[in-house]
Write a protein that binds this ligand. Structure first.
Ligand code: FES
Ligand code: FE2
Length: 398
């Protein structure tokens, strides 16, 4: 990343993050981390390719847990909306005229036509009118108008609004459960202690900067794997971000289904000389929250990335990267700096390195080369836990 023109003040750390930071400082001089577990283990490559496993993951994980769909500030103006197809559900994410966010099914309640065409359409409208017979809906999903209403004398309009998914905005992020049969969503309960971590960053006051959604030919878990170990940073990212990090120095822990990981940046040793109030999570380290199942939040020095991996099959994802910043760009120089940062991270690091290598792995899965299983080393323990959590949910899903 290029140097920030002006770095924002350090965010207050949760008690858990301070504890992790202190542990990170202890790790600097250790040749072996205290976190490394007993030994290597094997991971069956079929978990990335088996259509049956994929179908169960969708049913038992992705349709049941709250998923993060991005930053609410992307829909800044009342009347703005995004159409996005996830897990076979055509969705409309809207902000209604009262400013409230809704996640609705993009399907007309008359005879099922799609209201907003396209998969990634973003637009601004006062109402939604079906292109087929012009039933009209408010952005809260309420059915507002039925042309030729005399043809439907018994129609209960209140029962024919757009179907909605349970959704909530928490920490400025939009969360929803991909099941219209559910009505409740408890994001704080789902996040557990991660909720306290996120509260300290005040994302609700951050501004949407850029988003890039693309389809890539990889299993979603290969991408989650890549962000839960630091073993590859010096090699895969040698030409991009490697110089900013100390080789494989990291500390992390499971938090329920989720994970928090700190990776030591080149400036970390300086923190050893500072009292804790000067420890800076973004400048001395890079924090990653891996929020189960498919979200990653990465805390760069002066902006934040959210990535969502939405599987469309065992070997395909919609990868949505959203960048948000602590405030609106205050100068052309600052805007240009963030543009360059987005380009480097989104295309150079995520696209050309992490997603690229995930696709390369996917291509070889059927070859039989790793019949005995992939080898996970002692420092790849977060992958062991992550895959264990996936397997446990598939087993208990009923
Ligand atoms: S299908 Fe939408 S108005 Fe008929
Ligand atoms: Fe990476």
């Amino acid at each position: 990343m290029s140097a920030a023109p002006e770095l924002p003040p350090s965010p207050p750390m949760s008690a858990d993050l301070s504890r992790l930071f202190a542990r990170m400082l202890e790790e600097i001089d250790r040749p072996e981390s205290v976190e490394w577990d007993a030994g290597e283990s094997r991971l069956d490559p079929a978990v990335y390719a088996d259509p049956g496993i994929h179908a169960r993951e969708v049913e038992r994980i992705f349709r049941r847990l709250p998923l993060c769909l991005g930053h609410a500030d992307q829909l800044r103006e009342p009347g703005s909306m995004i159409a996005r197809d996830l897990f076979g559900l055509p969705l409309l994410i809207t902000r209604d005229r009262d400013g409230e966010i809704h996640v609705l099914l993009n399907v007309c309640r008359h005879r099922g036509a799609r209201l907003l065409a396209g998969e990634e359409a973003v637009c601004s409208k006062a109402t939604l009118t079906c292109p087929y017979h012009a039933w009209t809906y408010g952005l809260d999903g309420a059915l507002r108008g039925v042309p030729g209403a005399t043809g439907f004398p018994g129609l209960d309009r209140s029962a024919h609004g757009l179907r909605r998914l349970p959704s909530a905005v928490r920490h400025g992020l939009i969360w929803a459960i991909m099941d219209p049969a559910r009505t409740e969503i408890d994001v704080a309960g789902f996040l557990g202690p991660i909720d306290t971590d996120l509260a300290g960053f005040d994302f609700g006051a951050h501004r949407f900067f850029r988003q890039h959604a693309r389809r890539r030919k990889t299993n979603w878990k290969l991408v989650m794997d890549a962000f839960q170990e630091v073993y590859h940073i010096k090699k895969l990212h040698a030409a991009t971000i490697s110089p900013f990090f100390i080789d494989t120095k990291s500390t992390g822990e499971g938090v329920g289904l989720h994970t928090r990981i700190l990776v030591g940046r080149d400036r970390l040793p300086e923190a050893k000389t500072l009292s804790p109030e000067y420890w800076d999570l973004r400048r001395h380290c890079t924090l990653t929250h891996a929020i189960f199942p498919n979200s990653l939040i990465i805390y760069h020095p002066d902006f934040t990335s959210h990535m969502g991996m939405f599987p469309a099959g065992p070997g395909e994802i919609l990868f949505v990267h959203t960048m948000f910043t602590p405030h609106e760009a205050r100068s052309e120089k600052e805007r240009a700096h963030w543009e360059r940062s987005f380009e480097l991270i989104d295309e150079g690091v995520f696209g050309a390195e992490d997603l690229f290598i995930s696709e390369q792995i996917q291509l070889g899965l059927a070859s039989g080369a790793n019949e005995g299983g992939f080898v996970l080393g002692r420092f790849e323990h977060h992958l062991r836990r992550f895959h264990g959590n996936v397997a446990a949910m598939l087993a208990e899903g009923g």
